[in-house]
Write a protein that binds this ligand. Sequence first.
Ligand code: ZN
Length: 144
Amino acid sequence: MKCPKCQSMETKVIDSRVIEDGQSIRRRRECEFCNNRFTTFERKWFTELMVIKKDGSKEMYDREKLKRALMLACVKREMDKEEIENIINNLEAERSTDKNEISSKQIGDDILKALKNIDPVAYVRFASVYKSFDNLEDFKKYVE
Ligand SMILES: [Zn+2]
């Protein structure tokens, strides 16, 4: 890993920490040339996961899109960012092990299942409009 300051290739890892419930690793690195310290993150990359939409078309799984939808459902609720990350991490961990395709409906159902236990209000909001991963735009209008 190149040093962002002096571009030297001689950097070493001085600390590694598993974070986000084992889903990613944070490393502290130090440049052996200029002693600059920087941080890198290592996260499983879900390139393999394809989302099948209701009309049968496929698109790449988009973690950020899912996160935005969840944050909308949780607006003004006492749910922190970490909890939202956890919901998504669990979903990814569960869904990416055996197959590399998931239906948009399945994603919606998984999220609902997770929300039900954590925040009933967010659950109802999510359920009332956002019935599948396809309807993100409708959902956004509804919340606004
Ligand atoms: Zn350096």
